[in-house]
Design a protein around this ligand. Structure first.
Ligand code: AHN
Ligand code: ZN
Length: 333
């Protein structure tokens, strides 16, 4: 009898020890799960709202009142989401000799961290609809809802999210001015210098807002708001920063956006990221809607036409790009 009681006690202790082990293992598992950050949900209604707000100022062409008004709106909006907003005022020479007054707008998150990434887009809009099917529109400024405002709208929504939940890395959002003042189509044979595009990015790359500015990598958004956008892997991005392209395309594919982030090479685009790579050496990629089958032969269908207006913006595409970047920001170590 006594022996069988002893056996029972031993069995009892054995089970207790197993269940104790289980509890410690469970604890380990939950703490591991807790370490995996929850990524916020990108709100495409908010991003769309910010795209529309920019477009409603009228074409944001350098040296116009609409440009100044929009600049004030963008800087005051970003100031709601971080106290650290810098306006970088500069002068740039345009292809036609005109002096352009430019303002790059920079919003800094976690300024104390060395571990940083840079996200950017251009906020000015083009003075000429020089690819419009109707020739009489070729000198009319464009809304640039997709070409400019879409990337900025996505970035402001990211700023709003980072204000709600602080990321573990430093993030700099840079909105470049005077990107789209390149020579019009019918002059491009006369103006051979290609460096008349991306004037704001060129200025910033030579004069960063912090001396000796460093970031692990950069991401440029250009035309990220049209329906069924296609983002092949742009040429300069693959030359200068293939690992950044792979990282972001992998995230996009992992979360189900393989119809947008194509596993396919795209052409080489002389865009802001080209100068950031070349001048300040930050590996920077371009998420850009390319379409070799469009009427213009390179970009999305309504590129540099009057149809690049608010009707071309699709919230689904804003969501695809914004949600991918939120995963990038909150999972980056
Ligand atoms: C060139 O056409 C050389 N660059 C175009 C970059 C651009 C214009 N992105 C948007 N608008
Ligand atoms: Zn453009």
């Amino acid at each position: 009898m006594k022996q069988s009681v002893n056996v029972l006690i031993i069995i009892f202790l054995f089970f207790i020890s197993i269940s104790c082990n289980n509890t410690t293992e469970n604890k380990k598992e939950t703490s591991q799960k807790k370490e995996k950050v929850t990524v916020p949900d990108f709100n495409s209604d908010t991003a769309y709202y910010y795209v529309k707000k920019q477009v409603d100022f009228g074409p944001r062409v350098p040296n116009t009142l609409a440009n100044i008004n929009c600049m004030k709106f963008l800087s005051s909006t970003l100031k709601r989401y971080t106290s650290d907003v810098i306006i970088q005022n500069f002068k740039a020479k345009a292809y036609n000799g005109e002096t352009l007054i430019g303002n790059n707008i920079i919003a800094v998150f976690n300024p104390e961290l060395k571990n940083r990434i840079m996200l950017c887009a251009h906020w000015d809009s083009r003075p000429y609809a020089d690819h419009d099917p109707d020739k009489k529109n070729h000198n009319t400024p464009i809304d640039g809802a997709n070409d400019g405002a879409s990337g900025v709208g996505v970035l402001i929504e990211l700023a709003r999210q980072m204000n709600i939940k602080k990321p573990e890395i430093g993030v700099d959002i840079i909105l470049f001015d005077t990107e789209d003042y390149g020579p019009p189509q019918d002059m491009q044979s006369q103006v051979t210098d290609e460096n008349f595009w991306a004037l704001g990015a060129q200025y910033w790359a030579k004069n960063p807002h912090v001396p000796d500015y460093k970031a692990k990598f950069g991401v440029l958004l250009d035309m990220v708001g049209a329906s069924d956008a296609k983002f092949p892997k742009e040429g300069f991005s693959m030359n200068y920063a293939p690992e950044v392209v792979e990282k972001i395309w992998n995230i996009g594919n992992d979360i189900g956006y393989n119809d947008y982030f194509l596993n396919q090479r795209g052409s080489f685009i002389d865009d802001d990221h080209y100068y950031i790579n070349k001048i300040i050496n930050i590996p920077t990629i371009d998420i850009i809607h390319l379409d070799p089958n469009s009427r213009n032969g390179a970009f999305f269908e309504h590129w540099h036409t009057l149809k690049d207006n608010i009707n071309t913006i699709d919230k689904t595409t804003l969501k695809v790009v914004g949600q991918t970047l939120l995963f990038l920001i909150y999972e980056e170590k």
